[in-house]
Write a protein that binds this ligand. Sequence first.
Ligand code: ATP
Ligand code: MG
Length: 189
Amino acid sequence: MEPRKAPERLPEKPRRGLVLVITGDGKGKTTSCLGMAVRAVGYGMKVLMVQFIKGSLHYGELDGAKRLAPEFELLPMGKGFVGIRGDSLPMEEHVAAAREALALARERMLSGKYDVIILDEVNVAVRLGLLDVKEVLALIGEKPANVHLILSGRNAHEEVIRVAHLVSEVRSIKHPYDQGIEAEKGIDY
Ligand code: ATP
Ligand code: MG
């Protein structure tokens, strides 16, 4: 059999660091971010994903990310569900965790060591009042020109949508949950 020819590569062009927002009520926002991380790591790019709110449950991506280390780092910095599903933490703790996560993301973004910064569920943190949208807009405003910044989570704030280069809304048409099917390993977590 003929050896398969290496696939063609697009010509190199200078990087234009983008602000991307993945929002909407359908499933696929966090997994879209993970997909972009896999893609970027393929070019040796350094990717940091900071997760807001998430931090108390185990997700497959925590171990999947380790397989893409050291180029991909995933830091769950939340305290879990806010005000639902048995959450008994004082709101101040959720707020403090979100502020710490944003400060860390900003510091890393400005360090010059990362090509892609992902703020997973940051839109939800703003929606729930854990972060002021002004703090998120300030971080977007400080983004170095060569860094891609991705903000995920449902109910993205209109001001964040306004300043982004790309906004995709994942719309739910059907979800197994509505048919009484619980979350599936490898698909939902
Ligand atoms: P994923 O992490 O699978 O990409 P997501 O980031 O788009 O999902 P989130 O709003 O962060 O969605 O919710 C995470 C969890 O909630 C996932 O287990 C997902 O399957 C589930 N979920 C997402 N959309 C819906 C929906 N419309 N109805 C019920 N459950 C949903
Ligand atoms: Mg998500």
